[in-house]
Design a protein around this ligand. Sequence first.
Ligand SMILES: NC(=O)C1=CN([C@@H]2O[C@H](COP(=O)(O)OP(=O)(O)OC[C@H]3O[C@@H](n4cnc5c(N)ncnc54)[C@H](OP(=O)(O)O)[C@@H]3O)[C@@H](O)[C@H]2O)C=CC1
Ligand SMILES: O=C(O)C1=N[C@H](C(=O)O)C[C@H](O)C1
Length: 250
Amino acid sequence: MTRIAVNGAAGRMGQTVIETAADRDDLEVVVGFDVEAGEVDGVPVVAEDVAGALAEHGVDVVVDFSIPESTLPLAEACVEAGVGLVVGTTGFSDDGLADLDVVSESVPLLKATNFSRGIQVLQRTVREAVRALDDYDLELMESHHNGKVDAPSGTAKTLLEVVQEERDVEPVYGREGHAPREGDEIGVFARRAGDIRGEHELILAGNDEVLSLSHHAEDRAVFAAGALDAAAWLSGREAGRYEFGAVVDA
Ligand SMILES: NC(=O)C1=CN([C@@H]2O[C@H](COP(=O)(O)OP(=O)(O)OC[C@H]3O[C@@H](n4cnc5c(N)ncnc54)[C@H](OP(=O)(O)O)[C@@H]3O)[C@@H](O)[C@H]2O)C=CC1
Ligand SMILES: O=C(O)C1=N[C@H](C(=O)O)C[C@H](O)C1
């Protein structure tokens, strides 16, 4: 039984992780962390002394869906307590990402910008398509709920990285005015509206055809389930940096 703590426990994803975990018998959420102390679905939520709470509740792995400014001190508490960390939070600066690399020298750390299995497959499909259609125009779009604070989404950035590993394209973030396509560029567009759970699409256009590769999440439970799978998989592993692809392939 993997004992899990959730950071950002009172947020949209934190609550969904706690609800999703209640239906599983391989793990248990024993404590949550958030800005204010309280309770989510019977799980106690504390607001201070994270390292102390990790030890007190015998936590094996923390699942984090919060903001980067919260993840980094949390990661230090994980190092202090010798606890693994699954990071779902997006929007890190380059320095923040480098700090997480340092943390993974001391504890097992698995970070993914998207914990749905479909997006893992999309990443692999995007790589193959960009390789095969190497002179087609590329455009990347994402849509999310109106409460999302970072743009473009972490998933869009990951898809862009996959594209750039295959092709030397320059991102153009939105277009306005006189803005013709120049050189090998990729337009990147972010929409924010309603409660869209998460939509991503890459189009490859050329030679009288358009290939559209897209994914949409129907419920936050898909991300919660993937993050919990990652936490169960990570528990007991050596310090180091791990990828969600390994969980999907296990
Ligand atoms: N990897 C993936 O599959 C997915 C990643 N995400 C990412 O997860 C993150 C959270 O998303 P979402 O749940 O929608 O956001 P929410 O704003 O709903 O939740 C974030 C929670 O973190 C809390 N928080 C802020 N500061 C701290 C702190 N110092 N310590 C503890 N808790 C804190 C917030 O409290 P308060 O509101 O009081 O500030 C809030 O309750 C985002 O970066 C998002 O992009 C989302 C879905 C899937
Ligand atoms: O904030 C969200 O909701 C989501 N964030 C992640 C991202 O930034 O890619 C993953 C998912 O699309 C939902």
